[in-house]
Design a protein around this ligand. Sequence first.
Ligand code: SF4
Length: 220
Amino acid sequence: MTQAPVDWNKFRKDYYRTVGATVIKALTTNGFQASYAESCDEAVKAVLALVPEGASVGVPGSVTIRELGLPEILASRGNLIIQHWDPSLQAENRAQRWTDELASDVFLTSSNAVTLAGELVNIDGTGNRVAGMAWANNRICFVVGINKVCRDVAGALQRIRDWSTPINGIRLGMDLPCIKAGFCVDCKAPQRACRAVSILERAPYGRDAHVILVGENLGY
Ligand code: SF4
């Protein structure tokens, strides 16, 4: 008698759901409108439901948002996508584009990490992304892969420095000590990528802040 094939991924998914429920509850307590998406497809549907047709959407540096194909999907629906990741953008116009991203109807980003206590933790080099997370004036929408869940703020900062930063550094062709070492060495290098640290302990006052936690690996 042949045995039915084992669905190895099921155990992962069951666990993700459990962790997800803990994080969603904590985020909700902290004033975020939080929901869990089982899959990338569900996450895309959840974002489409949060972005009004015709709305402008500011997308800062986020691999997660692009892995989900959201700029293209939203643009094909008629949304205006404002992003500085635009190869045709002249260097002298970049600062204005950063500002325009923040002023969009929806600021669509990920987070480098989310804690079990429902805090969003990020480190930026330029600061435009963390600025938008706290200061974008309209709807702020975070899409976060389950791989970014950390026990606490210390674990989140560790994750960002040992994992997100070197991988992003490789993506951007940067010369960072953590790329050579494989982990953060708290460098003093002039090209240090870690400059602006943000911890959102609660949703910023008066903001319409949403978090979609996805039960799949996304971004770095
Ligand atoms: S502090 Fe330096 S070595 Fe550490 S993650 Fe940031 S850029 Fe890399």
